[in-house]
Design a protein around this ligand. Structure first.
Ligand SMILES: C[S@@+](CC[C@H](N)C(=O)[O-])C[C@H]1O[C@@H](n2cnc3c(N)ncnc32)[C@H](O)[C@@H]1O
Length: 337
């Protein structure tokens, strides 16, 4: 007997923003950080994070029901996951991307329908600001939030690339658009024979340097300031681009791949990674919605399939091109010169 159709999935997805915003607000008021030193009674938490009596019980119990807090009697505590990943004092904190989601993406996505109709970004562009990166880079607090958000979202794939790429065949690498430098740090930690460069806009330098120093690999990593629209990429055996190509239109994507080709020696490699869309464009919902996020955040950016990227890399001269899954929605495309 076939199952009766149910509206459950439709309703759950349609109202998924309730759960999303409940979690984002808990991060915004630092709830998980304040509970990191142990369980606390309801009254203490209410005062600690400044909740109105009308909201407090429903908010905390909603977080219990969603699986982000535990409650025993009147005591609330973090779960193992929220204690590890949402206490901002721990190096394992991944909330940077969620802080950015709360401040930027949540309000911007409210204008998705406008973006779908007009093809126009819905971030600061709406008020006439020239570019995502210029806006971020004008404000050190926003820049820091953005750079650490990138670390949070990229960490799993960075570790996978550090472990799985055949690094023993190479001696140097450059991570283009390195942000805080987590990919470079993970590669350097897992491969003590390598020297690496992080290439990014000059304003990123202090954040990269602080991060590589606290990670204990600063002796093998250096920051190269530059603008990939104006400058060649630093020469290295392997060029990496994580979440770079999806920010830009097709001519820029191809220009960056061509610059990577010029930067590596014969036998050198380009590694591109993102939430690559599956070739059938029907399974990787995260990758497809990431592309909608690029519609909202950039004038020409879009995500793409492994087959798309392989084609552009072949056109630039790379061969032995292969696509490998990393973690979650992410995959990498590797090409050899
Ligand atoms: C989406 S982030 C990706 C960060 C990191 N690769 C990751 O995957 O987590 C894009 C990066 O490209 C850098 N970027 C943007 N425009 C650039 C330019 N013209 N030249 C060099 N880097 C640039 C930004 O500063 C930012 O660090």
């Amino acid at each position: 007997m076939s199952e009766q159709p149910s509206p459950e999935k439709i309703l759950q997805t349609g109202l998924a923003f309730w759960a999303s915003k409940t979690l984002l607000s808990a991060i915004e008021i630092d709830l998980f950080t304040k509970l990191a030193d142990g369980a606390k009674p309801f009254d203490v938490i209410r005062d600690l994070v400044g909740l109105h009596p009308r909201s407090a019980r429903d908010f905390l119990d909603a977080l219990v029901a969603l699986g982000f807090l535990e409650r025993t009697g009147d005591l609330y505590s973090n779960t193992i996951e929220t204690n590890l990943f949402l206490d901002r004092t721990k190096p394992s904190y991944v909330g940077g991307i969620l802080e950015m989601a709360n401040h930027r993406l949540y309000p911007f996505w409210g204008h998705l329908t406008d973006a779908l109709r007009t093809g126009q970004p819905q971030n600061e562009y709406r008020t006439g600001d020239p570019s995502l990166f210029e806006t971020l880079y004008a404000d050190p607090d926003r820049l820091k939030e953005f750079l650490s958000a990138m670390t949070g979202v990229s960490r799993g794939s960075n570790v996978a690339i550090a472990q799985r790429f055949p690094w023993k065949d190479y001696r140097t690498f450059v991570d283009v658009g390195t942000a805080q430098g987590d990919l470079a740090v993970q590669i350097a930690k897992a491969n003590p024979h390598l020297q690496g460069f992080g290439f990014d806009l000059p304003q990123v330098a202090p954040f990269f340097e602080e991060y590589s120093t606290t990670s204990g690999v600063a002796d093998r990593l250096s920051f190269v300031p530059g603008d990939f629209f104006q400058h060649d990429l630093p020469k290295a055996d392997v060029v990496l681009m994580g979440h770079i190509l999806h920010d830009w239109d097709l001519p820029t994507k191809k220009m960056l791949i061509a610059k990577a080709f010029d930067a590596v020696p014969s036998g050198g490699a380009l590694v591109v990674y993102e939430a690559l869309i599956d070739d059938d464009r029907s399974k990787n919902a995260f990758g497809l919605m990431m592309s909608l996020n690029m519609l909202i955040e950039t004038p020409g950016g879009f995500d793409y399939t492994g087959a798309n990227c392989s084609g552009w890399m072949k056109e630039a001269g790379f061969s032995q091109i292969r696509v490998e899954h990393l973690v979650g929605p992410d995959s990498m495309v590797i090409g050899i010169k």
